[in-house]
Design a protein. Structure first.
Lengths: 262, 74
């Protein structure tokens, strides 16, 4: 460990429950962030700052003017450029010791196996049910960790799914996917930038707590946050005997997530 | 019992919480809620009883039941 390493992460290392041990665990972790919007930007910024060894960024979109109020890695001069390319550059400037991989494409059943292969944790910053069900199924199959986060107006939900540990999956809780058209997105209903920023940071915190072993319990917990009332509602879940987890890569490849959620 | 409404469900009920009694299990509660708010029949949510997501449960007067919809925004 060199002086610069210690200096960069000093404030984390001096936190007793985290320490050098926690820092070293981050230095071995690999997190894939799917969707570099309002959730993905703050999550990426803080995970790169914290020292997660490898971060993958997945998004096929380009920066738009109406993204800037909440997608904090992008500037006015970045409009029209690839989100993941801009984000990679900003994040490398923030912490050049991190290995950052950019995938300028949207995740699909066809490319998820290849894109996510090298990563232990998938952090969901997407805005579509089809993507959420796909990432969760992929993580269930590959015994990886799926960090869910989503927002609706002034509310947000966060949960860390670790099916291999507690037999709870996003797919096992929300077994009947809503039609995408029934649940308004940020582009339809609007959003203040603070909400996805809070939720994206809560997702990043969940990931770091898991990596560094700071979680006090193995039990599943879904957190519901309300930014208007500042109230938090937490709930647990039981394994669902009706849930059939995917058993092969073919189950992921052959499943039509867009039809499932429409 | 206390019923909590979140997210899109709150857009249907127009309130965040209320007291509803006379349901002895989740099926009865669901029917009562749909009677009061017909749009809930097509809404997507799971029940959380005393902070546990459950598909079936018997209910008592002092229970707290939340209707949790999935969100998709990001």
């Amino acid at each position: 460990m060199d002086a610069a390493y210690f200096n960069r992460y000093q404030r984390q290392i001096q936190l007793q429950s985290f320490g050098l041990e926690g820092q070293q665990k981050l230095s071995e972790a690999k997190v894939l962030i799917v969707g570099m919007g309002g959730l993905g930007c703050p999550a990426a910024q803080y995970l790169v700052g914290a020292g997660v060894s490898k971060i993958g960024l997945v998004d096929g979109d380009k920066v738009d003017l109406h993204n800037l109020h909440r997608q904090v890695l992008y500037s006015t001069s970045d409009i029209g450029n690839s989100k993941v390319e801009v984000a990679k550059e900003k994040l490398e400037a923030l912490n050049p010791t991190i290995n950052i991989e950019a995938f300028e494409q949207f995740i699909t059943p066809k490319n998820v196996l290849e894109i996510a292969e090298d990563y232990d944790i998938l952090l969901d910053g997407s805005d579509r049910f089809a993507t959420r069900y796909l990432l969760d199924n992929y993580c269930t199959l590959k015994k990886k960790v799926y960090v869910y986060g989503s927002v609706f107006e002034f509310e947000g939900q966060v949960a860390l799914f670790n099916y291999a540990l507690n037999k709870i999956a996003y797919n096992s809780i929300f077994q009947n996917p809503p039609k995408q058209s029934d649940v308004p997105s940020c582009s339809e209903n609007g959003i203040l930038g603070f909400l996805p920023s809070i939720i994206g940071n809560m997702q990043a915190l969940e990931a770091v707590k898991y990596i560094a072993g700071l979680k006090e319990t193995n039990d599943f917990e879904l957190v519901h946050y309300n930014g208007l009332t500042q109230e938090i509602y937490k709930t647990t879940a039981q394994p669902n005997s009706n849930f059939i987890p995917p058993s092969s890569e073919q189950d992921i490849l052959s499943f039509d997530y867009d039809v499932f959620c429409s | 019992m206390t019923i909590l409404y979140f997210g899109q469900i709150q857009s249907i009920t127009s309130l965040a919480k209320e007291e509803i009694n006379g349901a002895s299990n989740l099926i009865e509660l669901k029917n009562k809620l749909i009677e009061k708010y017909p749009k809930l029949a097509n809404a997507n949510f799971v029940f959380s009883v005393n902070q546990k997501i459950l598909e079936e449960a018997t209910l008592k007067e002092n229970d707290e039941v939340a209707l949790l919809p999935p969100f998709s925004g990001g």
